[in-house]
Design a protein around this ligand. Sequence first.
Ligand SMILES: *[C@@H]1O[C@H](CO)[C@@H](O)[C@H](O)[C@H]1NC(C)=O
Ligand SMILES: *[C@@H]1O[C@H](CO)[C@@H](O)[C@H](O)[C@H]1NC(C)=O
Ligand SMILES: *[C@@H]1O[C@H](CO)[C@@H](O)[C@H](O)[C@H]1NC(C)=O
Ligand SMILES: *[C@@H]1O[C@H](CO)[C@@H](O)[C@H](O)[C@H]1NC(C)=O
Ligand SMILES: *[C@@H]1O[C@H](CO)[C@@H](O)[C@H](O)[C@H]1NC(C)=O
Ligand SMILES: *[C@@H]1O[C@H](CO)[C@@H](O)[C@H](O)[C@H]1NC(C)=O
Ligand SMILES: *[C@@H]1O[C@H](CO)[C@@H](O)[C@H](O)[C@H]1NC(C)=O
Length: 282
Amino acid sequence: MLWSLLFITLIERSTQQDPGCSPGWETIKLDDKVAFQSSVYTDKNGVKFSADRAFDGNILISAHTAQETNSWWTVDLLGLWEISCITIYNTNQDNVDLRGAHILIGNSSERNPADTTECATINTTTRGETKTFNCENGTKWGRYVTVYKNTSGFLILCEVTMKGRKKEPFKLIKENKTWADALYHCREEHMDLVSILDNETQVWVGLAAQKADTPFVWLGLQYICGFNFWIWVNDQCVFFDQWAPNETRTAVCGMNTAMNKGGNHLWYKKSVYDKYNFICAV
Ligand SMILES: *[C@@H]1O[C@H](CO)[C@@H](O)[C@H](O)[C@H]1NC(C)=O
Ligand SMILES: *[C@@H]1O[C@H](CO)[C@@H](O)[C@H](O)[C@H]1NC(C)=O
Ligand SMILES: *[C@@H]1O[C@H](CO)[C@@H](O)[C@H](O)[C@H]1NC(C)=O
Ligand SMILES: *[C@@H]1O[C@H](CO)[C@@H](O)[C@H](O)[C@H]1NC(C)=O
Ligand SMILES: *[C@@H]1O[C@H](CO)[C@@H](O)[C@H](O)[C@H]1NC(C)=O
Ligand SMILES: *[C@@H]1O[C@H](CO)[C@@H](O)[C@H](O)[C@H]1NC(C)=O
Ligand SMILES: *[C@@H]1O[C@H](CO)[C@@H](O)[C@H](O)[C@H]1NC(C)=O
């Protein structure tokens, strides 16, 4: 009798916890990510309560904004993630009050509504508690996770963790191949060499390019020699482009397009026999 009661209690407890954060969601490693916040509180000893303190693994050390009407804390996950839930721990202090704050998931650090969707509204102070907020209407996809508080006061976060799943629309292949071999590899192993038709894709591909070990990465933009025009490997014409200022569209035969690993990830014409890392659409 006692045992079965205990058993039922245990089942109840485990089913009540984190409905959206069931096993299968990985805890997102945050300490290699970048966080920022609307302002930084500095105490009388000159200690800056910067945004990264919310995921330093120490629940006694907090991120803390100044007192203001609109405050926010954002982490850049440096890639696209499907976010399932966010857990917030705070100490039991009077100035901790996150009631009414919103957890936003977006693709822009600007938090503009067009690029942002709401995961959950915080309905408790979080004072002295560890609370998990599941995205209310299902998981959300994005690169930035923001806690946005538009009521006056401080925004304090002792510790934040989140669970989700990495979504990689593009994959950097760290092998040095000629353009044709890169195309062949992508078509065999994935979908295709990447085509960049808009700025959003340019931003994701640029992010992947940063991890390359060659100074350029191949893109799926090829020059059709006899006809003197550029075309993506998925047969789309070029409406959006990011050519480097010193590049001209007219090419010599045997040149295709590679993206700069650094800087603004501009595009350059490179000999098809050069060997670079490359980015596949997956
Ligand atoms: C972010 O971009 C991804 C990939 O383009 C898209 O699936 C997702 O819906 C976007 N998220 C938001 C909040 O707009
Ligand atoms: C979830 O959907 C319901 C019903 O459409 C809506 O009222 C609520 O605001 C949504 N929650 C969030 C966090 O977007
Ligand atoms: C806060 O929201 C959660 C999830 O929507 C709900 O289960 C809980 O009862 C709410 N708490 C309060 C104090 O309203
Ligand atoms: C705060 O956010 C809520 C919900 O997004 C909105 O209705 C309200 O107008 C905002 N208040 C201010 C002062 O911006
Ligand atoms: C590719 O070339 C770069 C230098 O251009 C080199 O650092 C790297 O080790 C090479 N990678 C492979 C897998 O050979
Ligand atoms: C492309 O998007 C990025 C990030 O959202 C933005 O900073 C940049 O200004 C945009 N560039 C163009 C050409 O629209
Ligand atoms: C443009 O500049 C880049 C980097 O400095 C260089 O690799 C490339 O060859 C230049 N292109 C032209 C057409 O001068």
